[in-house]
Ligand binder design. Structure first.
Ligand code: NAD
Ligand code: IPM
Ligand code: MN
Length: 349
């Protein structure tokens, strides 16, 4: 039987609850789909940092390299470990080391989910650059604590990095409804975003079948609220994509529904699957985290592994569950209730 080795990193806060839930659903679908999942759990988290002084062991990246995929909950416990330490010690190094340059985030309403907008029929795929740009981590501070202190954080946009992500966006648009929104801010950022626009225009010539429009990020944020049905694929830099995908999460009913895949398209290293949301300290330990974003991310993992039918079954089970109104109102159903409803729905398929 085909067995996939999966590295599980629950992380902090509700990350632990949602990974438990998603793992249960993934194994349930595997059992009836003729493949197996072998999970290895890593306790890397802020608690691990407090014990060891590191978010993951020195050879953490090499340990993960041998897995078929990584499923991650959430990283961050700002009350005890500064976010800039925890995220730069675990999540961000994984994305960079494994060249997971395409962060894919789907935004659409599951049946029965009431979003905040009048528009219901939208289906947006946001492709976020995931390894460079504004989150390159290049910079420094001098004269710390003094009146003349300076902090510099430099965005890094490379031709190779920008071309590959915009090309990925064109490919996705070609496979979907043929529309690409390229996110810019070239009216204010006259180097990096002019460069981004030039590469968009250059690649457009290779994809005559794709209708590409460049939108300034501020205008696109408004469009996502006012006319989300006019959008198909969005391609954005790291920071812009980060912000727009929390907006995407909001219009699809909340962060509890927003899934995400950090993909290495060349398959030279494992890809990582995680919800868009964080560790949600405000609800951690209450048992009310919505696991659907993580279960959906698990479906994206199966799709990536080639188990398309099993991935589809998970999405159908999610739709049956939300269609019954389970998990659609924040705080009403527990993580356990939602998980068992999805599991039951799977048995009816
Ligand atoms: P957050 O996403 O954790 O929470 C924002 C709000 O959404 C909170 O009110 C929370 O209760 C709610 N929420 C999030 N997920 C939910 C779910 N599944 N079900 C129900 N409600 C949910 O964002 P934050 O508060 O800005 O960040 C908290 C911590 O998580 C920080 O340390 C932050 O850096 C980290 N973070 C990590 C990731 C990641 O690991 N990928 C992503 C975002 C934030
Ligand atoms: C996300 C998160 C992370 C990011 C943070 C926690 C570093 O917000 O996955 O959207 O910005 O990439
Ligand atoms: Mn984010």
């Amino acid at each position: 039987m085909q067995t996939y080795s999966i590295a599980l990193i629950p992380g902090d806060g509700i990350g632990v609850d949602v990974i438990d839930a998603a793992w249960e659903i993934l194994n349930s679908v595997a059992e009836t789909s003729g493949f197996a999942l072998k999970g290895t759990e890593f306790p890397w988290s802020c608690a691990f940092y407090k014990e060891t002084g590191r978010m993951m062991p020195e050879d953490g990246i090499e340990t993960l390299r041998g897995f078929d995929a990584i499923l991650l909950g959430a990283v961050g416990w700002p009350k005890e470990v500064p976010d800039a330490v925890s995220l730069h010690g675990l999540l961000l190094p994984i994305r960079k080391a494994f060249v997971q340059y395409a962060n894919i985030r789907p935004h659409r309403l599951l049946p029965g989910v009431q979003g905040p907008l009048k528009a219901e029929a939208f289906d947006i795929l946001c492709i976020r650059e995931n390894t460079e740009g504004e989150y390159s981590g290049a910079g420094g501070r001098v004269h710390q604590g003094m009146d003349n202190e300076v902090a510099v954080e430099t965005s890094i946009f490379t031709r190779a990095g920008v071309e590959r992500i915009i090309r990925f966006g064109f490919e996705q648009a070609k496979a979907r409804r043929g529309k690409l929104a390229s996110v810019t801010k070239s009216n204010a950022q006259k180097y990096s975003m002019v460069f981004w626009d030039e590469i968009t225009q250059k690649l457009a010539r290779e994809y005559p079948e794709v209708e590409v429009t460049s939108y300034h990020v501020d205008a696109l944020a408004a469009r996502m609220v006012m006319a989300p049905e006019s959008l198909d694929v969005i391609v954005a830099s790291n920071l812009f994509g980060d912000i727009l995908t929390d907006l995407g999460a909001a219009i699809q009913g909340g962060l509890g529904f927003a899934a995400s895949a950090n993909i290495n398209p060349d398959r030279a290293a494992p890809s990582m699957f995680e919800p868009v949301h964080g560790s949600a300290p405000d609800i951690a330990g209450k048992g009310i985290a919505n696991p659907m974003a993580t279960i959906w991310s698990g479906a994206m993992m199966l799709e990536h592994l080639g188990e398309t039918q099993a991935a589809r079954r998970i999405m159908e089970a999610l739709a049956i569950t939300t269609g019954k109104g389970i998990g659609t109102t924040p705080g009403k159903d527990t993580t356990a209730t939602i998980t068992s409803a999805v599991k039951n729905a799977l048995t009816t398929l």
